[in-house]
Design a binder for this molecule. Structure first.
Ligand code: ZN
Length: 106
């Protein structure tokens, strides 16, 4: 039976290049920007290979694992849109909620 487009897309996202495109597109939609310090590609490699949360030190789930409290997240300032840390999902949610700038949960 021939493969469907959805199956091709699923396979593509399981490759390094496919995952990179998918994740970077997602970051762009969330408002994360590139700076002189790093490109999206460099951020992606840092995100993909980061072993543990930079805040609580818990072991991060593999990049393709289903969403959980230790999923890897790109924490960024919602005012400047600049990357800050690679965090677990639990820490990222907490930081968004308590962010002193008042830009909560955006
Ligand atoms: Zn954490």
């Amino acid at each position: 039976m021939p493969k469907t487009n959805a199956e091709y897309l699923h396979e593509y996202r399981n490759t390094y290049e496919g995952l990179k495109k998918y994740i970077i597109d997602k970051w762009k939609r969330c408002g994360l920007i590139e700076t002189d310090q790093y490109t999206y590609e460099e951020l992606f490699d840092a995100w993909l290979w980061c072993p543990e949360c930079e805040n609580c030190g818990c072991e991060l789930a593999p990049a393709r694992a289903p969403r959980s409290s230790n999923s890897r997240c790109m924490d960024h300032c919602h005012k400047t849109r600049i990357f800050r840390n690679i965090l677990c999902n639990a820490c990222n949610v907490k930081r968004e909620f308590y962010e002193p700038s008042g830009n909560t949960g955006v």
